[in-house]
Write a protein that binds this ligand. Sequence first.
Ligand SMILES: NC(=O)c1ccc[n+]([C@@H]2O[C@H](COP(=O)([O-])OP(=O)(O)OC[C@H]3O[C@@H](n4cnc5c(N)ncnc54)[C@H](OP(=O)(O)O)[C@@H]3O)[C@@H](O)[C@H]2O)c1
Length: 391
Amino acid sequence: MGGRAGPTDAVSLPRRRRSPMIDTLPAARPVPLDPMAEALRLARLADHRQGPNPMVGAVVVADGRVVGAGHHQRAGGPHAEERALAAAGERARGATLHVTLEPCAHTGRTGPCVARILAAGIARVEVATLDPNPLVDGRGVQALRAAGVAVAVGAHAEEARELIRPFAVWVTTGLPLVTWKVAMTLDGKLATAAGESRWISGPESRRRAHRLRHEHDAVLVGSGTVLADDPELTTRLDVADPRQPLRVVVDGRLRTPPGARVLRRAEHPTLVVTRPGAPAARRAALEAAGAELVEVSAPDGRCDLRELAGRLGERGCTSLLVEGGSAVLGSCLTQGLVDRVVVFVAPILVGGRDAPDAIGGVGIPRLADALRLRRLRAEPLGDDLCLTGER
Ligand SMILES: NC(=O)c1ccc[n+]([C@@H]2O[C@H](COP(=O)([O-])OP(=O)(O)OC[C@H]3O[C@@H](n4cnc5c(N)ncnc54)[C@H](OP(=O)(O)O)[C@@H]3O)[C@@H](O)[C@H]2O)c1
């Protein structure tokens, strides 16, 4: 610990795109520095590999120049502030620290950052957002102010909060942030009446879907999807070492075949979630095939997905991607398990009363109780439209 910032922390300050106007300015004119934007850029370098901790970046600025920078790379490893301060060394004395998340004042797996900041002689701290962790939540800022350090909170706050969203939900509720991912036809079908669903969406949407898997700690489908599509649920992306989420199948009657693709290529064992009284022989066969069996209660005959979300939270899953199918999405809706929605809409119509609708289950009877999404955005993706929204 306390190692110097690694090569990925090397600072290259954002340069303004040259316009003919700027070309006429003297070459030595200083480039405007937005240290918090730089700290956010560094935070993103963790690329979701630091879980269950949040992505955090920090920059130390002295005399208008960046003298140290770093980001949090792995849970249990040095925090962003520690890396940035180590890189700055003596130059941190009297300098300003810009950090995307409030420094911690408690001792977790690493020592408190506030103590490090004080020891380094930092004069001013700019914090993008407070840490929602009940162990911190303003205490870091208070401790710095009490020691005479000037603190300002709020630069780029919205971006910084977006960056730590899964962590914020998990640390305050014990549940992962739940995102639905659905590929549907323009008439809202998940598959044709004959059961064909490959491929509804185009290659650009499918690439985005793999990126979503990379960004999530766990991915969940129902046994109906396993039986219909036999998905692998792995991340297949053109990046070095893509993250493989924990794969979860909810399967009350244990209909998942022991030879299903979802049980192969295990980085983690696949969780098969079932209800009390599931057939013992099928249980044994799935365990023999490498699955980890998890039992949750099923008051109405269907596995309690909230209880499952709590179990995933206990294992340190801060984000869960629900990929279907229709019945499971329906249960998530009525159990209030929807934080974000990503819908790929393909420009095709298939119709058919027996074709599964995107969301099944009993639904919400009253319009007044419908789940109304905020911040709805539409983005063309190849021939498809990608719609995103949040609760
Ligand atoms: N286009 C897409 O993005 C997409 C994605 C996924 C699936 N699909 C399509 O969707 C179809 C499958 O959908 P589906 O509705 O038949 O299956 P599903 O939602 O994948 O699985 C439903 C099964 O999950 C089990 N389950 C356990 N707990 C549950 C709970 N709380 N709520 C609901 N189900 C629970 C139930 O089996 P037990 O009764 O045994 O517990 C239930 O029959 C297929 O046609 C597939 O191709 C499309």
